[in-house]
Write a protein that binds this ligand. Structure first.
Ligand code: PLP
Length: 227
């Protein structure tokens, strides 16, 4: 199957999932997860209209997304080691996997130095699988409330990875938890005026995520093929 065909299948899945729950498909953005795939795949996707990409390793993002292309967004969707934050902030327009205060403070300083703004999402480990990173469900609300006033960062919302069981229904509770958390936080304080994004849903469970309010789905395998 070609990338073009895969794209159409995914757009159809998104549209159908939106229709099923009365949402407008324009409310759900597709993040093309290009990790492990070469720059040529990224170029092909851009030619098909892709504008937003997800990479989980900073080094790989640097290789594929610098120099920056006009209108193309690179999101870092995997955990970033502290010593890679500077490079992450150079290559990415958004980091979706923040889960500790030290990294938030460090990114603020780096962005101040570079005179740039950066969108961030906070990752919650809502499946409570020990292999996954992110804030625990218990600590997430307090952690967010205690965040400092953002300066260069824009607190945009939350990210999670559903349960890895093969059955998308098993992820529903995680996604619902994220939506509830976002609704409690959004507008609760001026620092959360822009806290509207829910990045959740991947190849196997994007329909469930959309039903629970996803504003971004992150799709790799169903677009670019097996890794
Ligand atoms: C790899 C990855 C994806 C894409 O997963 P697929 O199942 O291939 O669609 C989405 N989100 C994160 C955080 C990832 O690491």
């Amino acid at each position: 199957m070609s990338l073009k065909q895969n794209k159409q299948i995914i757009l159809d899945r998104i549209a159908k999932a939106c229709n099923a729950c009365g949402r407008d498909p324009s409310e759900v953005r597709l993040v093309w997860v290009s990790k492990t795939h070469p720059s040529s795949a990224v170029e092909e996707a851009i030619a098909l209209g892709a504008r937003e990409f997800g990479e989980n390793r900073v080094q790989e993002a640097l290789e594929k997304f610098l120099p920056q292309r006009e209108g193309v967004i690179c999101r870092i969707i995997g955990p970033v080691q502290k010593n890679k934050l500077k490079k992450a902030a150079q290559v990415a327009q958004a980091i979706d996997s923040l889960a500790d205060l030290e990294s938030v403070l460090k990114l603020e300083a780096l962005c101040e130095e570079a005179n740039k703004n950066l969108d961030v999402l906070f990752q919650v480990n809502a499946s409570e699988e020990s292999t996954k990173s992110g804030l625990s469900m218990q600590e997430a609300f307090d952690f967010l409330n205690n965040l400092p006033e953002p300066r260069r960062l824009v607190y945009k919302g939350l990210m999670t990875i559903g349960k890895n069981t093969g059955n998308p229904e098993d992820s529903r509770d995680c996604f619902a938890f994220l939506r509830n958390l976002k609704e409690r936080i959004l507008g609760s304080n001026p620092k959360f005026a822009n806290f509207t994004e829910l990045s959740m849903g991947m190849t196997l469970d994007l329909e469930t995520a959309i039903a629970e309010g996803a504003t971004m789905v992150r799709v790799g395998t169903a677009l670019f093929g097996e890794r």
